[in-house]
Design a protein around this ligand. Sequence first.
Ligand SMILES: CC(C)(COP(=O)(O)OP(=O)(O)OC[C@H]1O[C@@H](n2cnc3c(N)ncnc32)[C@H](O)[C@@H]1OP(=O)(O)O)[C@@H](O)C(=O)NCCC(=O)NCCS
Length: 148
Amino acid sequence: MNRLLFRAMTPDDVDAVAAIEEKSFAMPWKREDFWREARNELATYIVGELDGKIIAYAGAWVSFNQAEVMSVAVEPDYRGQGVGTILFGELIKAVKARGAKAITLEVRPSNTAAIKLYENFGLRSVGRRKGYYLDNGEDALIMWNTRL
Ligand SMILES: CC(C)(COP(=O)(O)OP(=O)(O)OC[C@H]1O[C@@H](n2cnc3c(N)ncnc32)[C@H](O)[C@@H]1OP(=O)(O)O)[C@@H](O)C(=O)NCCC(=O)NCCS
């Protein structure tokens, strides 16, 4: 994956990002949502390109020295090869550069790959939001790393 390059998401990327989102989530955001995020001053979104094709993206909001992760996804064909690990490491670098000292996110307890990924970056589950996911009523695990 040495041809994998990361850069900030721009409004021109939203179609490619929304296409990965569609394949990745039960309640996907639309291209308009990413277009708004690309212009949101609080938001930091990055995309990973392999030979010019976007295969991964991640984003977070940073405020009061805390980063709240909004989205992390890898194109299905490229999962399980370490891309998510590089992606999340790049997101952490980007939010630290904007002053984040802690990072938090919500994840489905059934999403073992994502939980493993986040634990590898020092995030720990500190609680649950009951019935958080509207599609199936699944709880959300709330994870934090307060020592970025
Ligand atoms: C979660 C996601 C981003 C991980 O991306 P990836 O490129 O597959 O991640 P990696 O290959 O870097 O693997 C990360 C860790 O998860 C583990 N993992 C990957 N796929 C796994 C699976 N299907 N089951 C269990 N563990 C898995 C890996 O072994 C690795 O841990 P290790 O380094 O300790 O061995 C990707 O699966 C994805 O896009 N999922 C759909 C969107 C999503 O659920 N996003 C998270 C929302 S909170």
